[in-house]
Design a protein around this ligand. Structure first.
Ligand code: S3P
Length: 441
């Protein structure tokens, strides 16, 4: 158990760790390439280590250069059609679990088993098995829905697929399979999700087009974005630069917004518009958060975020905002505790399929710290009381819950005991050190 006591003002500048989503993709695309790919600032954390081990087993060669906290890599790929048959342990990495099958499904032949930890075994994979099956691969899952799963390659044909849920992982899986399919593959998403895969593939020479048919938001949905990808002979990414992780930075941004007197600067943070939905939410709540974009380097925008303590007002998170703020919604619940009024998130049933059931664990965790919060079927409602008493929060093995508990502790009146703080190492190994640095303790 780790105790986070009420903090004095947070101040100073630091660089959050590299982006987890982009690191997974950089390793996979590096493995799919024929020549050597240089990856600048790969995330050195448990999840992304699992991806390196996976591509090694598939035949890629990796040279690591770097200091703790970030890595520079040289990856010698096996080519688009050269993945060796293997058993893959994805550990806790849902992104690896759901994206990798897209590549494997289109190999000339072979079969692969993917499995992971206890939390991975509760995460649905029928959402990737279904489209890959329609394309011509065979994907067998436990009880038709859960890992372990076995992917058996087949001759793939392009499909026109409408995602039943707005998921960047499923979209990415189908796009990778589309590279290896005959004819065009088209994916339509019901709401815009993170587009790191599209950016990294386009930079590696893949032919893909993206259109946004919905220029006016329609009540009840309609296509938000449609991506078309054509088959490729090879990928040539050469150099991939990974920006800082907005989702990791978000914990420090929210800590600064909540702890009286704070002013914090976070540098080199990824500012891809499909990731930074939290900034719009913070803005509506009245938080003093500013962004300074850096000159372009690579396929992803990045820059500095400056966050200061502010008085907050409640807000409503719109369902269309959910995918672009999905991993930050636990933080919105915490912000809601300090805001005036009732903060509501809806259309977020996907939270139930994350590293934990994040509707249940956020509500249970923040209640244990004194919050007035209720779960709904597809989100939560939290009544702001101007602060948080403190108490105890069980991370339930979920890295984002552990970090939520720590931030809640710093901003609370009595402190928060976090059970299972070590889970933070899945995405942010130096998290408690960074908090201590900003708190000057
Ligand atoms: C991710 C997509 C999101 C997100 C996850 C990472 C990705 O999941 O919650 O942390 O890297 O594509 P879904 O695709 O399931 O929404």
């Amino acid at each position: 158990m780790t105790r986070f006591v009420p903090s004095g003002p947070l101040s100073g500048a630091l660089r959050p760790p590299p982006d987890k989503s982009i690191s997974h993709r950089a390793a996979l695309v590096g493995a799919m390439a024929e020549g050597e790919t240089e990856v600048r600032d790969y995330l050195d954390a448990a999840d992304t280590r699992a991806t390196l081990e996976a591509i090694r087993r598939l035949g890629a060669e990796i040279t690591e250069v770097g200091e703790p906290g970030s890595l520079h890599l040289r990856i010698r790929g096996v080519g688009l059609r050269g993945a060796a048959p293997a058993e893959i342990d994805v550990a806790n990495a849902g992104t690896l679990l759901r994206i990798l099958p897209g590549w494997l499904a289109g190999q000339p032949s072979g079969s692969w088993v993917l499995d992971g930890d206890e939390s991975i075994r509760r995460r649905p994979v029928d959402r990737v098995a279904d489209p890959l099956g329609l394309m011509g691969a065979t994907v067998e899952c436990r009880e038709g829905r859960y890992p372990p799963l076995r992917v058996t390659a087949g001759a793939l044909g392009g499909i026109d697929y409408r995602l039943p849920v707005a998921s960047a992982q499923v979209k990415s899986c189908v796009l990778l399979a589309g590279l290896l399919a005959e004819g065009e593959t088209r994916v339509t998403e019901p709401a815009v999700t993170r587009d790191h895969t599209e950016r990294i593939l386009a930079a590696a020479g893949a032919e893909l087009e993206s259109v946004d048919p919905r220029t006016i938001p329609l009540v009840g949905g309609g296509a938000a974005r449609r991506i078309t990808i054509r088959p490729a002979d090879r990928l040539d990414p050469r150099r991939i630069v990974v920006p800082g992780d907005f989702s990791s930075a978000a914990f420090l941004v929210v800590a600064a917004a909540l702890v009286t007197g704070s002013a914090v600067r976070l540098e080199g943070v990824g500012l891809n518009p499909t990731r930074v939905g939290l900034l719009g939410i913070l803005n509506r709540m009245g938080a003093a958060v500013e962004v300074e974009e850096d000159p372009a380097d690579g396929a992803e925008p990045r820059g500095a975020i400056v966050a200061r303590h502010s008085m907050l007002a409640a807000t409503r998170v719109h369902p269309d905002e959910v995918p672009v703020a999905i991993d930050e919604l636990p933080l919105v619940a915490l912000l809601g505790c300090f805001a005036e009024g009732t903060t509501v998130a809806s259309g977020a049933a996907e939270l139930r399929h994350k590293e934990s059931d994040r509707i249940a664990t956020v509500v249970e965790g923040l209640r244990g710290a004194g919050a007035d919060i209720e779960a709904t079927e597809d989100g939560f409602a939290v009544r702001g009381t101007g602060g948080l008493r403190g108490g105890r929060l069980d991370a339930r093995g979920d890295h984002r819950l552990a970090m939520l508990g720590a931030v809640a502790g710093l901003a609370s009146r009595e402190g928060v005991e976090v059970v299972g703080m070590d889970a933070a190492a899945v995405s942010y190994p130096g998290f408690t050190d960074h908090l201590a640095l900003l708190a000057g303790t």
